[in-house]
Design a protein around this ligand. Structure first.
Ligand code: CP
Ligand code: NVA
Length: 308
């Protein structure tokens, strides 16, 4: 059973195929609508955390492809509380043809996949956010016409989004630099995994200096300083992270042609200023829309027989 849990589980060829299919499905949608290749199929969406983009884009994506999506809120399922994760997976597998799950602990989405007999898609865990990174690669491709050789600089917290961007960069041949405060670096295990799949170890730069990270970058990316589940640390983080704000001064060190990205939700005035988020280099709403198109490709490859 093929799942979509971690970009390192998919080969560069498979991931490139997803981007090609996403572009095709986007064009098809804009030209009048997608063919109902997922007719009669249902996606169960398990959420342990809030969501705007993930929830709506998966729901609308299924609708566009002729299928249906079911939203299962934290209160309804009680994943691992009301009943075991294994039992939730076994029961859901009898009703739906795919499961999308947003969880706190990455081990929980792995457990869902272990006991599910239908494909499982990771809609964000504390470890990574692979659907986001695919939408981001699609966006960067649309902006530059290629991915290989570009430089993506991530500034802020070494979190789930940064992890998936690092893996995506290695899979698609981008150079990746990251600047974080010393106590908020990417986990060592993530770096080790990325090094293993890196076409060249020099493609990864790890620093605490935001200016060094964005120097000559084509893409400047940031995310919240406090991820969902870390709310108790928010005050402490707000004291450490201000030097890592993406503002016009920091952006001036990137290439003049650089784009700015943020997975959203943004905390404007913290990790990103309004002038940058709403400025001419911002791609943040294009990348939000591309969640829809990138995920349609994932849904079709996992849940449908598609000949496009
Ligand atoms: N970027 C993202 O995953 O947004 P949501 O948390 O709103 O789904
Ligand atoms: N790093 C953020 C991403 C939200 C889409 C979080 O995990 O809350």
């Amino acid at each position: 059973m093929k799942h979509f849990l971690d970009l390192t589980d998919w080969t560069p060829e498979e991931l490139r195929d997803l981007i090609r299919l996403a572009m095709h499905l986007k064009d098809e949608w804009r030209a009048g609508g997608n063919r109902p290749v997922l007719a009669g199929k249902v996606l169960g969406m398990v959420f342990q955390k809030p969501s705007l983009r993930t929830r709506v884009s998966f729901d609308v994506g299924m609708l566009h492809l002729g299928g249906h999506a079911l939203y299962l809120s934290p209160n309804e399922i009680g994943l691992g509380k009301r009943e075991s994760i294994a039992d939730v997976a076994r029961v859901l597998s009898g009703y739906v043809q795919g499961i999308m799950a947003r969880v706190f602990d990455h081990a929980h989405v792995l457990e869902l996949a272990e006991y599910s007999s239908v494909p499982v898609i990771n809609g964000l865990s504390d470890y990574n956010h692979p659907c986001q990174a695919m939408a981001d690669m699609l966006t960067i491709y649309e902006k530059f016409g290629h991915l290989e050789g570009l430089k993506l600089a991530f500034v802020g917290d070494g979190n789930n989004v940064a992890t998936s961007l690092l893996f995506a960069s290695m899979r698609f041949g981008l150079n990746f630099s990251i600047a974080t405060p010393p106590a908020y670096a990417l986990p060592e295990s993530v770096i080790v995994k990325a090094m293993r799949i890196a076409p060249d170890p020099d493609m990864i730069t790890i620093t605490t200096d935001p200016v060094e990270a964005v120097e000559n970058a084509d893409v400047v990316y940031t995310d919240t300083w406090t991820s969902m589940g870390q709310e108790a640390e928010a005050e402490r983080r707000r004291k450490v992270f201000p030097p890592y704000q993406v503002n016009n001064e920091l952006l001036s060190h990137a290439k003049p042609t650089a784009i700015v990205m943020h997975c959203l939700p943004a905390h404007r005035g913290e990790e990103i200023t309004d002038e940058v988020a709403d400025g001419p280099q911002s791609a943040i709403f294009q990348q939000a829309e591309n969640r829809l198109h990138a995920q349609k490709a994932i849904l079709v490859r996992l849940m449908g027989a598609y000949n496009g």
